[in-house]
Design a protein around this ligand. Structure first.
Ligand code: KG4
Ligand code: ZN
Length: 340
């Protein structure tokens, strides 16, 4: 089965052709147009600009994905698209395009929850993953932990009490004037540092539960920059900036992974999936490998281009879902709930 997957929930416009085989999904093509140049000067995604840019990008990414895969629209067996959650103006670009393609070609159509997409990104490298799985989805908008009993059902176990982990990376990069998006830049800086700066103090919660909060990190970085204003101008090659990035990255990775061993035992998890943009982080990937080996969990972290938002993960999830009988009355949902 050949599936065209489309995704435009935030600031990446992406299309992919995925072939669903008996052995799992095979990536036939993946095209992504970045909008970093547009949002960079603002230090974050501007929804209006993102929506307009998606309208200009959607046809190019679709045509590119078909061409790269060497297939025509008429060769497809299904169209899958992100239904939500996300920025509604952004979602609508690929959502409308998917309906047009389904109408034109008479193709089955399926709307996919964005987070089911992130989970299914792991299916390319680990189609035989043992369940139940702990699923850590960590991006610019999400820091959520789920229990999955299969590839299409997620049960929420816990989520951040405030900011997403990706936000801590992006805001830090902004305070240090490193650029946008911050995650990859902080990651590169941290790797260049032989030694971390002082550790950040982990948050404590009144109810004593192992939980997540990342907003304090923002304040922590802000205070360090106020005490040492040189940091804001020193740039990525500066050893002190690099040390600060390294301690930030160590804190985020350690805090993210801390609740996992207990929950894995409690829930009888056999595997651990980490996906979403922050799953590209080198430190998190290395720490997760150590944890998984220690706890006897099979680890599945998609390759980096499949961790960030992309059409391939939507196609892979869409291949497992039942198509909607009547796509024409469907709409994108900025606040889509899982299981809806
Ligand atoms: O999944 P994604 O592409 O979009 C959202 O749904 O948010 O994730 C984007 C986030 C951004 O916050 C970006 O800074 C972060 O993922 N990110 C990283 C790395 N690469 C991307 N964070 C840490 N280390 C990285 N290497
Ligand atoms: Zn995402």
């Amino acid at each position: 089965m050949l599936v065209l997957g489309l995704e435009s929930s935030c600031d990446d416009c992406s299309a992919a052709v995925v072939e669903e085989t008996a052995a799992g999904p095979v990536l036939r093509s993946l095209v992504r147009e970045s909008q970093d140049g547009i949002h960079g000067p603002f230090g974050g995604v501007v929804p209006e600009l993102a929506a307009r840019e998606h309208l200009l990008q959607v046809r190019t990414v679709m045509a590119g994905a078909l061409e790269q895969a060497g297939v025509a629209l008429s060769d497809l067996d299904r169209v899958a698209v992100t239904r939500g959650p996300g920025l509604v103006g952004s979602l609508l670009a690929t959502f409308s395009a998917s309906k047009a393609v389904a109408w034109r070609e008479g193709l089955p159509w399926v709307g996919v929850h964005h987070l089911l997409g992130h989970l299914n990104a792991a299916r390319f490298a680990a189609p035989d993953l043992p369940f139940p799985a702990l699923v850590l989805l960590v991006s610019g908008g999400h820091t959520h932990l789920y229990l999955a009993k299969d590839w299409i059902s997620l049960q929420l176990l816990q989520k951040t009490r405030d900011d997403a982990a990706g936000e801590a990376f992006d805001k830090t990069a902004r305070m240090l004037n490193l650029g946008y998006p911050g995650g990859p830049l902080v990651d590169a800086c941290a790797q260049a540092s032989p030694r971390a700066a002082d550790a950040f103090t982990p948050p404590k919660f009144r109810d004593g539960r192992a939980s997540w909060s990342f907003s304090g990190l923002k304040t922590g970085v802000k205070l360090r920059v106020e005490r040492n204003p040189r940091l804001a101008e020193a740039g990525a090659a500066d050893p002190e900036v690099q040390g600060l990035c390294r301690s930030l990255q160590e804190a985020i990775s350690t805090w993210l992974l801390k609740p996992l061993p207990d929950l894995a035992r409690e829930r009888g998890a056999r595997s651990l999936v980490i996906s979403g943009g922050v799953a590209c982080n080198t430190r998190l990937r290395a720490d997760a490998a150590v944890l998984a080996a220690r706890e006897g969990l099979r680890l599945a972290i998609p390759e980096s281009r499949l961790c960030t938002d992309n059409g391939a993960m939507i196609a892979a999830a869409g291949a497992l879902l039942l198509p909607d009988m009547d796509p024409w009355i469907q709409n994108a949902d900025a606040d889509l709930k899982l299981g809806a």
